[in-house]
Ligand binder design. Structure first.
Ligand SMILES: NC(=O)c1ccc[n+]([C@@H]2O[C@H](COP(=O)([O-])OP(=O)(O)OC[C@H]3O[C@@H](n4cnc5c(N)ncnc54)[C@H](OP(=O)(O)O)[C@@H]3O)[C@@H](O)[C@H]2O)c1
Length: 194
C-alpha cells in the first residue's frame, strides 16, 4: 500500500511510518522539516494533491485547524473510493477536566472530531478511523508535561505529565494491526496506558 502521513519525522508519526515501512508499505511523509507546514498557506492543497494516489492517509501532525481541514479535503478527493483516513485526535477533546497548557488545543481536536463525524455522514467511503492515543513519550508530551507541572505546581520530574506513558514504538505496534484487521474496521480507538 501507499500511505501518506503528516508529522512523520518525530514521535507518534515517525513510529507509525517506521512500522508501516517495515511491513513493506510505501510512505509519503509530510512535516515542516521536509517543507510541509500544515499551517502555511497553500500547503494543505499540496498535501492533498500528492496524496491522490495513496490508499491510506494518516492525519497526525498538529497545527491549528489543519487536521479538520485535511480530513475534509482528503475525503472529498477520495469520495466513493475504498480508502482509509486515520485521524490522530486526543482524549482531551472529550475530557475537559484535565488542564492543558495550549488554550486552543482541545478546540482544534474537537473540530477534528466534528469534521470526521460530518465526513462519515456524507460518504461511506473513504472510511475514517478516529484514534485517541494514551499519553505517549514524545517531544511534544514532554513539553506539555513541563507546562502542566508549572501550572499545577506538581513537582513531578522533568517531562513527566502525571499520566502513565507509552513509548511511540509500543503504540505503533498496537495500533497498526488494528488498522489492518481483516474482519473489523475500528471506527474509534480510545486507549489509556496502564
Ligand atoms: N504524545 C501524546 O501523548 C499525544 C497524545 C494524544 C494525541 N497526540 C497527538 O498525536 C499527534 C502527534 O504528536 P506527537 O506527540 O508525536 O508530537 P511530536 O513528537 O512533536 O511530533 C509531531 C510531528 O508533527 C510534525 N509537525 C508539527 N507541527 C507541524 C506542522 N505545523 N506542519 C507539519 N508537520 C508538523 C513534526 O515534524 P516537524 O517538526 O518536522 O514539522 C513531527 O513529525 C498530534 O496530533 C498530537 O496532538 C499526542
Amino acid at each position: 500500500m501507499k500511505i501518506a502521513i503528516t508529522g512523520h519525522s518525530k514521535g507518534i508519526g515517525q513510529a507509525l511510518a517506521n512500522k508501516l515501512q517495515d511491513m513493506g508499505h510505501t510512505i509519503v511523509g509530510f512535516s515542516r522539516s521536509n517543507g510541509y507546514d500544515v499551517t502555511a498557506p497553500g500547503v494543505i492543497e499540496k498535501i492533498v494533491l500528492q496524496s491522490a494516489e495513496c490508499d491510506m492517509f494518516i492525519n497526525n501532525a498538529p497545527g491549528k485547524y489543519a487536521q479538520a481541514e485535511l480530513v475534509y479535503e482528503i475525503a472529498n478527493q477520495w469520495q466513493g473510493q475504498q480508502k482509509t483516513i486515520v485521524c490522530i485526535t486526543s482524549r482531551m477533546a472529550v475530557s475537559w477536566t484535565v488542564k492543558h497548557p495550549e488554550l486552543g488545543y482541545r478546540t482544534t481536536k474537537k473540530a477534528l472530531d466534528l469534521a470526521v463525524e460530518h465526513v462519515r455522514n456524507m460518504w461511506s467511503w473513504p472510511r475514517v478511523c478516529l484514534v485517541r492515543p494514551p499519553s505517549i513519550n514524545t517531544e511534544r508530551s514532554a513539553w506539555v508535561g513541563k507546562q502542566l507541572n508549572a501550572i499545577n505546581n506538581n513537582n513531578l520530574p522533568e517531562g513527566d505529565n502525571g499520566f502513565k506513558q507509552m513509548e511511540p514504538d509500543e503504540f505503533a505496534n498496537i495500533l497498526v494491526p488494528m488498522l489492518f484487521h481483516e474482519r473489523v474496521f475500528m471506527n474509534e480507538i480510545w486507549m489509556s496506558a496502564i
